[in-house]
Design a protein around this ligand. Structure first.
Ligand code: ADP
Length: 421
């Protein structure tokens, strides 16, 4: 069995983002949580995205995990491989984008790849080799203060050179606007003396032309945007047919709940909106810590209210209240209590017939996914940009919507639940 596109993403939400783009472009896509240890059924997948958590790992570990993911993908003899990183090229001075790219090229016996982080719909563009976030250079966009991967230089040629083994060339915007044939010719020229080419990219149209020019490059590297033209390449080669139902998931019976552990302003608005018409129960970290509330009382409440549901459980609170809670319990302890409780709650709710979970919060989603232990997620249609509906397939399938902080509008929960019906 062949997979057309084998992808390695350096974090979970980045993987979902890429998978969502692939589904939209007409490829049936599966996301794997790490490298599977047991056999997985990929018979209905055109593309596979392995989600690692390697962005800020020590370099050696990031390389080891990424190469292991590539080795795993190679059993499917992928037509093309894709290393997905953040559209703001998030990396430390040592890497990991450069060293991982080098290791993947070496493993594939390839000499050349492209670097294309641009995602113009989200304001990430590249011009004269410099990465912009909306109107600001990357190093003036706030990213220079990122706690883990501060980006202090917007010049991608310099950034890549400093953390990799080879020379970096540029395909300038005049060439990119001249279309795929000219881009391909320019890439061939750059590859004669460079190991990597940065491509200027200002629009979705540019991304499609770049994608077409990259049809025969074995390893691609970039943000999620570079993927948008690839399905067409595979179709042009007669390898598959673009499908309008690539995001079709199973229809799932059973109850649905909303679990909100994010305290972002958008999530606060979403919680307030949902509470107007549906039963909702607050999760108080202090009550859980003091053991004045227990799992039993939550499940009892669920049984009493589920007929007026779907219901919501939320730890979401105002910034002021969070500060008070954190003062009392400590920042880490407060988070730990909420995340552990959410993880436990999702398992207990599953055991009483809940099969659909709308989850708010990046870390909260991580805790929930870890508790459910899916081997793979089938990626469905987008609920909001960057947030697809997903399915844990199997004899008892489940549907999940995993949203981090500020994603979606006020009615996101209602929309996600409607799409799960
Ligand atoms: P976001 O995507 O908005 O950043 P996360 O789930 O990643 O959301 O992070 C929110 C963090 O805040 C989690 O660790 C969660 O456990 C914690 N949290 C949620 N509610 C509360 C609360 N009421 N008090 C203290 N911490 C909370």
């Amino acid at each position: 069995m062949t997979i057309l596109l084998g992808c390695i993403a350096d974090d979970f939400t980045g993987a979902t983002d890429l998978a969502s783009f692939l589904v939209k472009s007409g490829m049936r896509t599966v996301q794997l949580i790490g490298i599977p240890t047991d056999p997985v059924d990929l018979s209905e997948a055109d593309a596979v995205v392995i989600a690692l958590k390697s962005r800020t790992l020590p370099q050696e570990e990031a390389i080891q995990q990424s190469v292991a993911a590539l080795e795993w993908l190679k059993q499917y003899d992928c037509e093309q491989y894709y290393f997905k990183y953040c559209s703001t090229f998030d990396s430390t001075e040592e890497g990991n984008i450069g060293p991982v790219t080098d290791a993947l090229l070496d493993n594939l016996n390839e000499e050349f790849t492209v670097l294309c982080p641009a995602l113009p719909v989200n304001g990430r563009t590249v011009y004269k080799g410099h990465l912009f976030v909306n109107d600001a250079l990357l190093n003036e966009s706030g990213m220079q203060n990122h706690p883990l991967t501060p980006m202090k230089d917007a010049n991608l040629l310099r950034v890549m050179k400093s953390q990799s083994q080879g020379e970096v060339g540029l395909v300038a915007h005049e060439v990119v606007t001249a279309g795929s044939y000219n881009i391909k010719t320019a890439l061939e020229k750059v590859s004669a003396h460079c190991r990597y080419a940065v491509l200027d990219t200002l629009s979705n149209h540019d991304l499609i032309e770049i994608g077409a020019a990259c049809a025969d490059i074995k390893l691609l590297t970039g943000g999620s945007g570079l993927s948008i033209g690839l399905a067409q390449n595979f179709q042009n080669k007669g390898l598959f047919k673009i499908s309008s139902s690539s995001g079709k998931l199973s229809s799932v019976m059973g109850d649905a709940v909303v679990l909100s552990g994010s305290c972002s302003l958008m999530t606060q608005a979403q919680v307030a909106c949902f509470k107007k018409n549906s039963p909702a129960k607050r999760i108080s970290p202090i009550a859980l810590f003091n053991k004045t509330e227990s799992m039993d009382s939550f499940i009892q409440w669920f049984e009493e209210n589920k007929n007026q549901g779907p219901v919501m459980f939320y730890a979401t609170d105002s910034t002021e209240n969070i500060k008070m809670i954190q003062k009392e319990l400590g920042v880490d302890k407060a988070s730990e209590i909420v995340e552990e409780f959410m993880a436990h709650l999702v398992v207990v709710l599953s055991s009483v017939g809940v099969t659909k979970f709308v989850v708010a919060g990046g870390e909260t989603s991580g805790a929930v996914v870890q508790a459910l232990q899916p081997q793979l997620l089938k990626i469905g249609e987008s609920i909001a940009p960057g947030v697809p509906l997903t399915e844990i397939p199997g004899d008892n399938p489940k549907l999940l919507a995993l949203k981090s902080g500020n994603f979606g509008d006020e009615t996101f929960f209602e929309k996600a639940l409607r799409m799960m019906q």
